[in-house]
Design a protein around this ligand. Structure first.
Ligand SMILES: [Zn+2]
Ligand SMILES: [Zn+2]
Length: 159
């Protein structure tokens, strides 16, 4: 069993990390530090799975007294525009897993289990973006969606 001081240290480490990442993102996009923006980013760092507008609203209401839906929505939209959050085809939101300057975001979704992954391979992203660019103009802050069956689901199918 872990001692409580170890647990506490771990928790503090996580908190510190979250605040650092939040500050980094807000600073990078020249956004003022507001409780809603910080609350939103912390929420997404705690919840790696796609979030509905309702679940986001409920989580923030617990953290920030009297927070209103319009403010939350406006900030979600802003984060989507900047590429900090990705809006998925089912209208859920996901935190971008990149922290680099101008990535091309490629999200893979499994048609069986519905999980999303962000592809984090620069040369693969560049090659795909380049070949797609011959056909269309890519807005770099918006993700490209790929779908298929993930490794886990394809293994289940084979058995
Ligand atoms: Zn991304
Ligand atoms: Zn799957």
């Amino acid at each position: 069993m872990k001692s409580s001081s170890q647990e506490l240290k771990k928790k503090q480490g996580r908190m510190h990390n979250k605040s650092n990442r939040t500050n980094f993102l807000l600073h990078k996009f020249d956004l003022k530090k507001t409780r809603v923006r910080q609350g939103l980013l912390h929420h997404f760092m705690d919840e790696p799975s796609p979030q509905t507008h309702l679940s986001i609203h409920q989580a923030l209401q617990k953290k920030i007294e009297g927070v209103d839906g319009v403010t939350i929505y406006r900030n979600l939209q802003k984060f989507v525009e900047l590429g900090v959050l990705h809006k998925l085809p089912d209208n859920k939101y996901l935190l971008c897993s990149h922290l680099c300057k101008k990535p091309t975001h490629i999200l893979f979704s499994c048609i069986q289990c519905g999980k999303f992954w962000e592809i984090d391979h620069k040369s693969c992203m560049n090659a795909l973006a380049k070949s797609l660019n011959h056909e269309s103009v890519i807005d770099q802050s918006q993700p490209i969606f790929l779908s298929g069956v993930c490794k886990q689901c394809s293994e289940v199918r084979e058995h």
